[in-house]
Design a protein around this ligand. Sequence first.
Ligand SMILES: [Fe+2]
Length: 579
Amino acid sequence: MLILGLNMFHADASAAIVLDGEVKFAVAEERLNRHKHFGGFPSLAIKACLDAVGANISDVEHVAVGQDSDANLTKKVQYALANPGKILNFIRLRQRKESMRDVRTLIANALDVDTSKLRFQEHHLEHHIAHIASSYYCSPWDKAAGFSYDGSGDFVSTMMARCEGNDIEVLDRVFLPHSLGSLYTMICEFIGYSKYGDEGKVMGLAPYGKDTYCSEIERIVSPKNGGFHLDLSYFKPLGSNQGMQVLPDGTVRLARHFSDRMEKKFGKPREPRSEISQRDMDLAYGLQVRFEEIFFHLLHELHKKVAAEDLAMAGGCALNSVANGKLFDRTPFRRTYIQPAAGDEGLAIGAALHTYHSVLKRPRRHELKNTYLGPEFSQSRIQSSLQNAGLHYEKFERAALVDTVAEQIALGNVVGWFQGRMEWGPRALGNRSIVAHPGLSNMKDVLNARIKHREWFRPFAPSIMADYQHQYFEHDHPSPFMLHVYKIRPEKRAALCAVNHVDDTGRLQSVTREENPLYYDLIAAFHRKTAIPVILNTSFNENEPIVCSPEEAIDCFQRTRMDVLAIGPFVVTKSKQEA
Ligand SMILES: [Fe+2]
């Protein structure tokens, strides 16, 4: 049975295809159309899903969308009536959403087929149930607490659920405008990070700050009735677009979230790209501290309702890997399964698996153990791409490839590592990665100057052989999808200086041979040469969506000052091109 899952007309539009309960392929539209966080209709992703399983759209029996505009309608109407200036906007948005619900016509147009060829049944699933489903149904557990939190989705910011067998029972919701995601976005905007997805940057800035504004930020958000409550005087009314607008070309734009009260309290907002002041860092610090406090409070509340040790979690805020890394010490939960695409692209998987397990009552058999669900390219395609680019390359057998690349990393060179199927979700996890030596003190500056051009305060991440994690980090819980930040042990900080953040932490990827044998062997080869079982891993891109195709990888290699490109079995060395 084929089920197509979709996230559409929402940030990070995506498609996923599930065959007999197993996720076979999943991709965000941005990787294919190269439009970051694209929020339109995922036409290319749908085609790629069908191609991957060799199917036509007429073979698809169910299409599931991770959005239901009828969900929580009473709450939406109540909010619109309480904000009369927004009613017209609300009605317009509702009309627009109605036209977007015609999935049949949208798919027929995207694939250029007649609607009579489509035999699928259509399902719409509330946003946060789809988030929780994306995590729980991919986890190995038969029972877990389910938690989802983000800016907003179907007028909800937070959901708690009991997950058992095939069922997800919703226990509680926090409705807009109360939203931890909106709080994070509001303060990010105030300190000059106003683009969709900038929250991760501010999480990296937070440890540079001090406890100057914690008590003020405490007043902006407080625990209430098992949930939490925002002091709305610090916020602009969100309006019916729930704080986010998708333009006709698919660009996602955030509405201004902060009110004039923020300015009265904290001074002028920082202009984007101007110098970062201590005030901005202190606000980031206070924000992260308070965010964590409310998050842990919510998890305690959830645990009172579901006495499990296993937590299945998703939603954009679940990308806050700093908070995730602390929850084992601060809550009763002992294990996490966090959907690697915890943001909204993950809704495609969640909606599809929910249809299979909850609606159709089919049994659960498949755990999602790795994120390599995207496109892959044949050796001949890669080779012809290299030839078309006029590059000189050498071809290696597997063992020699791993050894050669490990040697280059050990020498301090920066390597583009393009192998196998592209990762699903926002993190590069060893198939579309730029890799480098984690123990060279200048490596962060080298990467930023030559390729990444990122803000000075953002750390680079380590990939570690899972067997060595306990020797290097203070926590042993696996972090296969780079979604936990742990303290690095004091005696290992020098060896990992290029990935050791200012607060002596690292957002690690724990790598097992089972999950990614080639990448594991690369780290193992580096370990043999340097005695460090870790390599620095950053995404293969330069201010663009992560590269997907060989041509994009080659283009990124050529326009940046990367030293080496290892693409499939081929190795290209820049110095040899110049010679
Ligand atoms: Fe979401």
